[in-house]
Design a protein around this ligand. Structure first.
Ligand code: GLU
Length: 423
């Protein structure tokens, strides 16, 4: 299994981007080298081999990682990604972003992330279950409801979480739902978790538009990605009165300047497995989608899609980052210079981990809230986080990304300093 792709490039990959972001936040905060090094260095990293027996009897070895970037504010928290390009540096970056994201949303968590270098589309359900269970048993000593709590990410879902919960629980000898979030409802999942990231994206988009005196009905939105984040976001945006003019998935995209009929598109995807071929729209590829005439662009797929090549083509006035790390450092500068307002990933897509937190609280207290309670609490958390970031951005003349980083980094540094360095 190869680990090539842009993510393998140490100077421009996500880990370089994450470290550069931390450096600029530390500069604003006036932190010394020692504190910056503490914040930059993952507390714990596990790198495991995952032997897999395929259905046809063939044996292969996969690589798996779990990185706990920071645990100063609480247990590690973050998703598990199955993707063919996963490598340790990408997982480190994603873990660091979880640290800042949890702090910005004021959740009592640190940040962590896991990954397995595997293309889930090339494997059967049985093989994916065996990979998940073996990965879980390899990292068993460092996870747990008080240590490190996994959740779905790209290539994983509620079935994956059920297998992790079962493997962990069987090994401990009793049922422990709090070891993962994003579980099926039947085994302690939370209402509202499936749509939480998307609902959060919509809450912050509305707040950012309101700051410019606009509402959803005034804007046209293009969304790259029609998976766990993009598909629900498209439906919620459309239901809220926005014109969703384009969406895409890994196979291609569709564009209709008058607005896509989302219920019909969702039915088309359910029937065919892709947005491609949807009749009431023109085809558009994933790169061209970024440059469409729209007011709001929501990259909700892979990282590193807004680059020095694609950023200059963006016409949207707002970029709301549904994905983690969709904008490279140089692209961020290009967009800011063009006057684009970027609502950064660590704020915009925090809705997922916010409802993960609610799920964990419910599991720990063994008492479940209604969907209405979850939705209200999510909205409150997202709007509070947005306000904190937008106010600091205005006060200190920072971009929303820098303001979000400053808030996240400062909350983590404060926890570290109050606790003190042991011994
Ligand atoms: N994978 C999601 C993220 O990147 C959710 C993490 C979680 O719920 O722990 O934010």
């Amino acid at each position: 299994m190869t680990t090539t792709s842009a993510t393998a490039d140490r100077s421009t990959g996500p880990w370089a981007t994450a470290l550069d972001q931390l450096t600029s936040a530390c500069r604003v905060l006036g932190y010394d080298e020692g504190l910056q090094a503490m914040l930059a260095t993952p507390r714990r990293e596990m790198n495991v081999a995952i032997p897999l027996r395929c259905d046809d009897g063939r044996k292969m070895i996969l690589r798996g990682y779990r990185v706990q970037h920071n645990i100063s504010r609480g247990p590690g928290k973050g998703g598990l990604r199955f993707h063919q390009d996963v490598d340790l540096d990408e997982v480190r970056a994603l873990a660091m972003w979880m640290t800042w994201k949890c702090a910005i949303a004021d959740l009592p968590y640190g940040g962590a992330k896991g990954g397995v270098t595997i293309d889930p589309l090339q494997h059967t359900r049985g093989e994916l279950e065996r990979v998940t269970r073996r990965y879980t048993s390899e990292i068993l000593p460092i996870i747990g409801p008080e240590r490190d709590i996994m959740a779905p990410d790209m290539g994983t879902g509620e079935d994956t979480m059920a297998w992790i919960m079962d493997t962990y629980s069987v090994n401990q000898g009793y049922t422990i739902p709090g070891v993962v979030t994003g579980k099926p409802i039947a085994v302690g999942g939370s209402l509202g978790r499936t749509t939480a990231t998307s609902a959060g994206v919509v809450h912050v988009t509305k707040a950012a538009l309101a700051d410019a005196g606009l509402g959803l009905a005034d804007v046209r939105i293009a969304i790259q990605g029609f998976g766990k984040v993009g598909s629900h976001a498209a439906s919620i945006f459309a239901a809220g009165g926005a014109r969703v003019v384009a969406v895409s998935d890994m196979y291609g995209g569709v564009h209709n300047p008058d607005g896509l009929d989302l219920p019909a598109l969702v039915a088309h995807v359910a029937a065919t497995g892709s947005v491609v071929g949807f009749e009431r729209a023109e085809p558009v590829d994933n790169v061209a989608l970024l440059a469409l005439d729209a007011d709001v662009l929501v990259p909700a797929a892979l990282e590193g899609v807004l680059t020095e090549e694609t950023a200059p083509t963006v016409q949207a006035r707002w970029v709301v980052e549904g994905a983690n790390g969709p904008t490279t450092g140089p692209a961020d500068k290009i967009l800011v210079d063009k006057g684009v307002t970027i609502v950064p990933d660590i704020l915009a897509n925090a809705g997922g981990v916010v409802v993960s937190y609610f799920e964990w609280v419910q599991a720990n207290q063994a008492y479940w809230w209604t969907e209405r309670e979850i939705d209200d609490k999510l909205e409150h958390r997202m709007l509070t986080a947005y306000r904190d970031v937008a106010d600091l951005s205005r006060r200190e003349n920072l971009t929303l990304r820098d303001a979000a980083l400053v808030i996240g980094v400062q909350r983590v540094a404060q926890a570290h300093q109050i606790r003190g360095l042991y011994p």
